[in-house]
Structure formats: structure tokens, C-alpha cells
Design a protein around this ligand. Structure first.
Ligand code: AMP
Length: 302
């Protein structure tokens, strides 16, 4: 990881972050961007490290975006840790952090103009969380317009979000490259997530059944079983043994469209969502990739 950046600029306004980035651009710097909702952990740190390795100037944002939370979801309860986040970003070598208030991002209230991400936004996470991906795509479009990065770093952990944003960038000719980073996991396999902080110790232990089920499905595939019902049954049985975990969906899908497939093949994603206690967690693993995302890189449009 790069040396700590002693002068990390903390920008609460669009004007200030644009000025900081403008100065870097004037010096010929390339710009990498890591959008987050804060409560940062080692998964976010991996995105920051990749951004620092690939760009001269790195901007992170911390914004818990209200428009991607539905009524009754955990917008208020979403973990927040402004002090810890800033210390982490500073020691990781980030040059500027954008920390807007809701009123800075949405000065007119709910935006009238939004990004509609199409069919992928209505299945799986989109079906369970109506309006979620519209909120994600719209805030990403806004942040990309504010930061105007060369490269954006996102996690494979949120695979459907990654697919939505990649498709938006292509459809709307945004001049940037989306770089996907593999899921960072705890030692028992649980995908790191800001929401893991909301689990009590019993729930935290129980949550490890999620990566166990995904890994068991991958093991079955590697042993030659490709039939989706057999894979879903096998993984579902493992989760069903854990009473604190309630499965919402477990599906085997195409990594670009998230449409269900009949047979698992190289590149296929196994995705799941589950409620552990009262906390909703998602995870996925990809066939033949050791859990890493592998969509071919595209050159940015310039
Ligand atoms: P969030 O703060 O949860 O909105 O996540 C911000 C970014 O970090 C997104 O691109 C996520 O996919 C990514 N991310 C979250 N958890 C992980 C993880 N365990 N490993 C890798 N990337 C992650």
C-alpha cells in the first residue's frame, strides 16, 4: 500500500472536490475513483489500493445514498464511522475524499431525472429491493459527473450492482473504465460488508454458512454436476441447517444479464441473499474464477 497521504483533502462540496481534482488534472494526473457508503473495511481498502496502483490521484467518496434505500430498509441504521473512515483513507494514501451531505447531492429533493437500468434492475436484488438499482445508477452517474475519473473501482461482492454500472457506462458513453476487484473475505469466508457490524456474535458465526454453501456448490460443479436444480438444492440444504439464516434467493445466473441459466458453466455466477437475524446480506461466487470477477476489460472511450 502507498505511503499515507498527509494532506488528504476532505471536501464536503462539489465545488471543492472539483477544484481539488482540477488542480491534479492541471498537473497531468490520471484520476481513480472509489465510491463507497462508508463504514470502511478491508474490502474497500482493496479497491483503494488498486486505485492507487493504477492512477496518479485517487478520490474516494463516502455517501450513504438515500435514494437507493426503500421504505422500511436500513438507511437510518446503516453503519456510519466518519472518523475511522477518514483515518483509513488517509493512511491508505487517498488524495481527496468527497463527503457530501444529502442536501449537497440532492439540493432540489428527489431528482426528476434518473437513470433507468432496464431489466437487470428488476430481478434478484432489484426484485427484492424495488427502485434500488435506479438509485444506485443515478447516484453513480452523478458522482461520475462530479469526479470525472479515468477509472472507477468497484467490488465483485456486489456483482449485480457492478453489472448495472458497467451497462450504464456503455449505454451512456461515459468516458471511464470500470475496474472490478475480487471479494475480500473474513477468515471464515464471510464476505466483508459494512452491514456485518450489525450482526450479534451468534449471527456473525451463523453467517459463515453463506460462503460455505456457495463453495459447496462450486465444489459440486468441479466434480461434474452442472444441473442448476441439483446445485441449488445442495447449497440450500446447507443454509437450511442454520436456523438464524433465512435464505431470500439462491440462483445460478449469467454474469452479464443475471438471467437464470439451466446449466452451470465457466463464468456462471452463483448469487444469494439472506437475512441473518435482522441483517440482509448478499454474496456470490463465480464458476472457475476462485470467486473473482472476470468480465474482459474494455478500453475507456476518450
Ligand atoms: P459500499 O460501501 O458497501 O457501498 O461498497 C462500496 C464499494 O466497495 C462497492 O463497489 C462494493 O462492491 C465494494 N465492496 C464492498 N464489500 C466488498 C468486499 N468484501 N470485497 C470487495 N469489494 C467490496
Amino acid at each position: 500500500m502507498a505511503d499515507a497521504h498527509p494532506l488528504m483533502q476532505v471536501c464536503a462540496t462539489i465545488k471543492d472536490v472539483r477544484a481539488a481534482i482540477g488542480r491534479a488534472r492541471n498537473n497531468g494526473s490520471s484520476v481513480g475513483f472509489v465510491p463507497t457508503m462508508g463504514a470502511l473495511h478491508a474490502g474497500h481498502a482493496a479497491l483503494v489500493a488498486a486505485a492507487i496502483a493504477g492512477n496518479d490521484f485517487v478520490v474516494a467518496s463516502i455517501f450513504v445514498n438515500p435514494t437507493q434505500f426503500g421504505p422500511g430498509e436500513d438507511f437510518q441504521a446503516y453503519p456510519r464511522d466518519a472518523g475511522g473512515d477518514r483515518a483509513m483513507l488517509r493512511s491508505a494514501g487517498v488524495h481527496a475524499v468527497f463527503v457530501p451531505a444529502v442536501g449537497e447531492m440532492y439540493p432540489l429533493g428527489e431528482p426528476a431525472t434518473v437513470v433507468a437500468p432496464g431489466p437487470i434492475a428488476r430481478i434478484l436484488e432489484g426484485a427484492d429491493r424495488p427502485g434500488h438499482f435506479e438509485g444506485v445508477a443515478t447516484v453513480c452517474a452523478k458522482l461520475f459527473n462530479i469526479v470525472r475519473p479515468d477509472r472507477v473501482y468497484m467490488g465483485q461482492k456486489d456483482a449485480q450492482q457492478l453489472a448495472v454500472v458497467r451497462r450504464m457506462v456503455r449505454d451512456l458513453n461515459m468516458p471511464l473504465e470500470v475496474v472490478a476487484c475480487p471479494t475480500v473475505r473474513e477468515s471464515d469466508g464471510l464476505a466483508m460488508s459494512s452491514r456485518n457490524r450489525l450482526l450479534n456474535p451468534q449471527e456473525r458465526t451463523a453467517a459463515a454458512v453463506l460462503p460455505q454453501a456457495l463453495s459447496a456448490a462450486l465444489t459440486l460443479i468441479h466434480a461434474g454436476e452442472t444441473s442448476v436444480p441439483a446445485l441449488v438444492e445442495h447449497a440450500g440444504q446447507i443454509i437450511a441447517r442454520q436456523p438464524l439464516v433465512r435464505l431470500q434467493y439462491l440462483e445460478v445466473v449469467d454474469p452479464r444479464t443475471f438471467a437464470p441459466v439451466d446449466h452451470a458453466a465457466a463464468g456462471t455466477l452463483i448469487v444469494l441473499a439472506a437475512i441473518v437475524g435482522s441483517v440482509r446480506l448478499i454474496d456470490n461466487m463465480q464458476v472457475g474464477q476462485g470467486g473473482a470477477w472476470s468480465e474482459p476489460r474494455k478500453r475507456p472511450e476518450r
